[in-house]
Design a protein around this ligand. Structure first.
Ligand SMILES: *Cc1c(COP(=O)(O)O)cnc(C)c1O
Length: 425
C-alpha cells in the first residue's frame, strides 16, 4: 500500500453523513472481540454502540462465526427468484413465530431502509389491489427516522430528519406532532388529539401510518407512552388505515420486550425488522405482513413488485438463524432489565449536572441529553481517551450496548460517559 490506511480513507472514502473534503477523524480498527473494539494503535475500547444497535451478542462470537463458515461451505448465495433454501425458510418460520400476532408473510430485504420501502410499497399496492387507489398517502409522527432512501426519507422528521435538502423531490405526507407523553409519565389523552384529528381528516387518502413503536431512535432517542401506540392502533382500525411498525432499532429485545409493539400489546399490519437480526454480522432486513395485506395484494393474480438481487441471502439467513437461537435461548428477559437498572444507576452523576437536560433509560438503551449540541470531533476523542466507544449526535449522548456486556464493563462505560459529559460544560 502506498499510503497509510488513514490517509487513503480520508482522501477517497465517504463515511456516514460526512464531507468528502473535510471528513471527521476515523479510528482504524484492527479487530473486535466480545464488547471490545481494538484499534490499530493497540488501544482497546468498550463498545457502547453495538455498531448501531446490531451487535447484540458481541463481536467475533464463536457460534455466529461457525454458522457463517458452515453455510459458506454449502453456498454463499443463490438467487431467490425461482429457488429457495432451508436458511431462508427456517428464518421466516422463526420470525412468524416470535413476531406479534397475525404477521405471517415474510419479505427478505437487504437493509433496513429497503425493508421500509418494501413496507410502503405493500401498503400502496394493497389499496390499489382492493380498488381504493386514492388511498396512497402516508401519515407518521414528527421526530421519526426510517432510513435514507427516498421513500423512507419522506417519512423521516421533515425538519431534523437530515433530509430537508430533498424536500423538493419528496412526496408530502401527513405529520402528527411528536408524542408529548413520555414513557415514564402518566398518560394524558390530550397528547393524542393532533394525531386523531389528522388521521380522521385524511382517512380517505391514507394508505398507512408508519412509526417507530415506543422508541424514536435516530430522530431523537425519545421514549413515548405505550398508551399512545394503543390509541394509534385503534385509530388506524377505526379509520381503515394500515399500521406499519418500524421495529428495525427496537426489535429483538432492545426495549426489554422482544418487540416494542408487545409493550403496548398491539400488532401492526406490516412490520420491519433489521439491524440486530443477524447479530450485527451482515446486512439483512425483513418486512412482515398480515394475511389481510398479503391476500389483498395477491388478489386477482396480483404480484408484489420488488425483488432485490441478494434477496434471502443464505449466509445472512444462516447467521440470523444462529443469532435468534442464541437470543431466544439466553436469559435476555432477565438480563435486559438488569442492564437498564445498572445504566440508570451509573448515569446518576449526570443527572446532577447543570448542562444536562435529561437522563432516561429503557431496556438496554441509555440516553444522556445535553442542553447544547456536542462538538463531535472533540467529544469523540475524549471518549476514546477514556477507553469507550460512544458516538453521540446533536445533544444526545446515548448507548445501546451488546446484551452480553458484563456489569463491570457497563460500569466502566457509564462512568466514562459521566466523566466525558462533565467535560462538555
Ligand atoms: C437504522 C434504521 C433504519 C434504516 O436501516 P438501514 O439498515 O440503515 O438502512 C430504519 N428505521 C429505523 C427505525 C432505524 O433505526
Amino acid at each position: 500500500m502506498t499510503k497509510s490506511i488513514l490517509e487513503f480513507d480520508r482522501e477517497h472514502i465517504w463515511h456516514p453523513y460526512t464531507s468528502a473534503t473535510h471528513p471527521l477523524n476515523a479510528y482504524p480498527v484492527d479487530h473486535a472481540e466480545g464488547v471490545r473494539i481494538f484499534l490499530s494503535d493497540g488501544r482497546e475500547l468498550i463498545d457502547g454502540m453495538a455498531s448501531w444497535w446490531s451487535v447484540i451478542h458481541g463481536y467475533n462470537n464463536p457460534v455466529l462465526n461457525k454458522a457463517l463458515v458452515d453455510q459458506t461451505s454449502k453456498m454463499a448465495h443463490v438467487m431467490f427468484g425461482g429457488l429457495t433454501h432451508e436458511p431462508a425458510v427456517k428464518l421466516a418460520e422463526t420470525l412468524i413465530k416470535i413476531s406479534p400476532a397475525n404477521l405471517d408473510h415474510v419479505f427478505f430485504a437487504d437493509s433496513g431502509s429497503v425493508s421500509v420501502e418494501v413496507a410502503l410499497k405493500m401498503a400502496i399496492q394493497y389499496w390499489q389491489a382492493i380498488g381504493r387507489p386514492e388511498k396512497n398517502r402516508l401519515m407518521t409522527i414528527k421526530g421519526g427516522y426510517h432510513g435514507d432512501t427516498l421513500g423512507a426519507m419522506s417519512v423521516c422528521d421533515p425538519v431534523n430528519g437530515m433530509h430537508s435538502l430533498f424536500t423538493s423531490v419528496l412526496p408530502k405526507h401527513i405529520f402528527a406532532e411528536i408524542p408529548a407523553c413520555r414513557y415514564d409519565e402518566p398518560f394524558d389523552e390530550n397528547c393524542f388529539t393532533d394525531f386523531l384529528d389528522k388521521i380522521e381528516r385524511h382517512a380517505d387518502e391514507l394508505a398507512a401510518v408508519i412509526l417507530e413503536p415506543i422508541v424514536q431512535g435516530a430522530g431523537g432517542m425519545r421514549f413515548y407512552s405505550p398508551q399512545y401506540l394503543k390509541m394509534v392502533r385503534a385509530a388506524c382500525d377505526k379509520n381503515n388505515v394500515l399500521l406499519i411498525c418500524d421495529e428495525i432499532a427496537t426489535g429483538f429485545g432492545r426495549t426489554g420486550a422482544l418487540f416494542a409493539s408487545n409493550i403496548a400489546g398491539i400488532s401492526p399490519d406490516i412490520m420491519c425488522v433489521g439491524k440486530s437480526l443477524t447479530g450485527g454480522y451482515m446486512t439483512l432486513a425483513a418486512t412482515l405482513a398480515s394475511s389481510k395485506v398479503a391476500r389483498g395484494i395477491s388478489a386477482d393474480g396480483g404480484v408484489f413488485m420488488h425483488g432485490p438481487t441478494f434477496m434471502g441471502n443464505p449466509l445472512a439467513c444462516a447467521v440470523a438463524n444462529a443469532s435468534l437461537k442464541l437470543l431466544l435461548e439466553s436469559d435476555w428477559e432477565k438480563r435486559i432489565p438488569e442492564i437498564s437498572a445498572r445504566m440508570d444507576k451509573g448515569f446518576a452523576p449526570c443527572r446532577a449536572m447543570e448542562h444536562v437536560a435529561d437522563v432516561r433509560t429503557l431496556g438496554a438503551i441509555g440516553v444522556v441529553e445535553l442542553k447544547k449540541a456536542v462538538e463531535m470531533e472533540k467529544i469523540q476523542r475524549q471518549f476514546v481517551e477514556h477507553g469507550v466507544w460512544v458516538r453521540p449526535f446533536g445533544r444526545l449522548v446515548y448507548i445501546m450496548p451488546p446484551y452480553v456486556i458484563s456489569d463491570a464493563d457497563l460500569d466502566k462505560l457509564t462512568s466514562a460517559i459521566c466523566k466525558v459529559v462533565e467535560l462538555q460544560k
